[in-house]
Write a protein that binds this ligand. Structure first.
Ligand code: PAF
Length: 283
């Protein structure tokens, strides 16, 4: 297991592996690893010869009022966990290495970045994600890249980016990993105190309630969203958004007819949490 900090070093390591015929899998992260990240590394390990995990807290995807400075950082712990899960290289560049003086390019994916997290975190959030992921793909040149489905909108944005810019990388969305009580794993869960941690389970329970409504044939958006909202209200959680959208292009849906994405975001204690579920109506 090696730590690489420069773009030149990263390119050299991949060129060396490719010369031996190796396939390359990339797991982009901002560190503060949890079992969700480790599941991505294990999947990449199972499918590639060389596994690179990037560890970079990307400043351009944080809004001015967000938690960039407070974002949990523990490189030594992350490197150890990544190694145990099967990463060969941790690519941990500095901010200056990724955004050298004079950097002035932004990658913007239109049409699917203005809603949900884009509407609530600010339009520049997904520009920051799209720009850094484009750069990571240029630096590492992976065959495949692994992303968690908890960030469903992020996965769609990256799939669109790769398609539109003809990037030769396969995007592999991976299932949400949950705590035993259903809370989706997130680096931001460390911000939850005991009371907020208990409240936070309402997000997954709300999605369960929506799924149960659909299973009972209540497929119109007000019924589905209402079932979820009742659970959130019962736990004293106010949604930042709770919306039913197409899983393909995020257009608003007025009913579950085929697959539908129910996406939720809420502030719970000091944490901003997101979760989602694909709902499917019986044919
Ligand atoms: O999902 C994340 O952790 C980040 O948005 C990503 C994809 C590593 C880009 O900074």
């Amino acid at each position: 297991m090696r730590i690489v900090r420069t773009v030149a070093g990263m390119r050299a390591a991949v060129a060396d592996a490719r010369a031996k015929g190796a396939s390359v899998g990339l797991v982009p992260t901002m560190g503060a690893l949890h079992d969700g990240h480790l599941s991505l590394i294990r999947r990449a390990r199972a499918e590639n010869d060389l596994v690179v995990m990037s560890l970079f807290v990307n400043p351009t995807q944080f809004g001015p009022s967000e938690d960039l400075d407070a974002y949990p950082r523990d490189e030594a712990r992350d490197v150890e966990l990544a190694g145990h899960a099967g990463a060969d290289i941790v690519f941990a560049p500095s901010v200056d290495e990724v955004y050298p003086r004079g950097f002035s390019t932004t990658v913007h994916v239109a049409g699917i970045t203005e809603v949900l997290d884009g509407a609530h975190r600010g339009a520049s959030h997904f520009d920051g994600v799209a720009t850094v992921v484009t750069k990571l793909f240029q630096m590492v040149a992976p065959d495949a890249a692994y992303f968690g489905q908890k960030d469903a909108q992020q996965v769609l944005v990256i799939q669109r980016l790769v398609r539109d810019l003809d990037m030769p990388v396969r995007i592999v969305p991976c299932p949400i990993v949950r705590e035993p009580d259903g809370l989706a794993m997130s680096s931001r869960n460390v911000y939850l105190d005991a009371a907020a941690r208990a409240q936070a389970t309402a997000l997954n329970r709300a999605l369960d309630a929506a799924e149960a409504a659909v299973a009972q044939g209540r497929t119109d958006a007000p019924a589905v969203i209402g079932a979820a909202r009742d659970v959130l209200a019962g736990a004293g959680v106010e949604a930042e958004y709770l919306e039913l959208r197409s899983p393909d292009d995020l257009r608003t849906l007025d009913r579950v007819d085929g697959a539908a994405l129910l996406a939720v975001a809420a502030r719970v204690g000091r944490a901003r949490l997101i979760d989602n579920r694909i709902l499917e109506a019986a044919p």
